[in-house]
Design a protein around this ligand. Structure first.
Ligand code: NAP
Length: 276
């Protein structure tokens, strides 16, 4: 993997907002456990400020993660993009090499697959209903593209964004309604921010197919209301923490070329991988 030979000068999360993020907690625990003298800090960066912040980070060979709404903009800014980022069209992990070139990767793809495995979902032939069509949704499409015979039905409030994904990922199809996307689904994925700050549900739990597995990419204390409601209906369901942890561990490997202590990270996240 192409990564910096020396440690980055600064480690940050770029997002807007970033107050909800658990990444600083578990990345700092991993840094401490590894004896790396760096702190991972969350930076709330408005879109208009992103260019300047990236310039400042280049000056100190900064590295870090990217979250809503900057994944596409950082993808555009990268001089070198790893295949997973290229496939997803979004960057969630970045670093600089010794010449100051900005590298971008997408560890959400591997994180999503690890979470799918913890849910016990069969990948080949999966029928995925995907809610949302942003950066995280693109990561889901990129992952499912490698699963034999699997398809994705996308329901998004902005149909043009679902159509963009259709252009890039032939195994996807935009759905005209949530019901159309959910029909026959073996895995339902929420890739919208709905449920992040309140108990709103991205789709009615009563609409979920009886045998579907449910994955909410959103996470919050006590799990999301949607995941709790799906589980109460007897469905296997998991929130975004499993994916968050796995994508964070993969990002750590990008920055430092070594494995983090996963148990330390999981404890710091207050992680539970319960799926039923
Ligand atoms: P994004 O690029 O901004 O895309 C968000 C998508 O959700 C867009 O399709 C957007 O539609 C749609 N959306 C936004 N608000 C909505 C609403 N109120 N009702 C219906 N649809 C809505 O964001 P992202 O980076 O993909 O992230 C999406 C969510 O996944 C965030 O909550 C993020 O925290 C979470 N996530 C979690 C992990 C993890 O590791 N667990 C990783 C990545 C992302 P428009 O285009 O119309 O705005």
């Amino acid at each position: 993997m192409s990564r910096t030979a020396a440690w980055p000068g600064r480690l940050v999360l770029l997002g807007h907002p970033v107050g909800h993020s658990r990444s600083p907690a578990f990345q700092n625990a991993a840094l401490e456990a590894a004896g790396i003298p760096l702190r991972y800090t969350a930076l709330d960066v408005a879109p208009a400020e992103l260019g300047q912040v990236l310039a400042d980070l280049r000056a100190v060979r900064g590295a870090g993660n990217v979250t809503i709404p900057h994944k596409r903009a950082v993808y555009e800014a990268c001089e070198v993009r790893l295949p997973r980022a290229e496939q997803a069209g979004a960057v969630n992990t970045f670093w600089h090499d010794e010449e100051g070139r900005l590298y971008g990767d997408n560890t959400d793809v591997a994180g999503f697959e690890a979470a799918v495995d913890s849910l016990g979902t069969t990948r080949p032939g999966a029928v995925v209903a995907l809610l949302g069509a942003g950066g995280a949704a693109a990561g889901v499409c990129a992952a499912v593209a490698t699963w034999a015979g699997a398809t994705v039905g996308i329901f998004a409030r902005s149909p043009e964004r679902a159509n963009e994904l259709r252009q890039r990922f032939p195994h996807t199809r935009p759905a005209s309604s949530a019901a159309a996307a959910l029909s026959g689904a073996s895995l339902v994925v929420n890739a919208t921010p709905v449920g992040m700050t309140d108990d709103a549900h991205p789709v009615e739990v009563a609409w979920l197919p009886r045998d579907a597995h449910v994955m909410d990419l959103v996470y919050r204390d006590g799990e999301t209301s949607w995941v709790r409601a799906a589980r109460a209906r007897g469905l296997r369901a998991i929130d975004g923490r499993a994916m968050l942890l796995s994508q964070g561990a993969e990002a750590f490997r990008c920055w430092f070329g070594r494995d983090p202590d996963l148990e330390v990270m999981r404890t710091a996240l207050g992680h539970s991988t319960r799926s039923e």
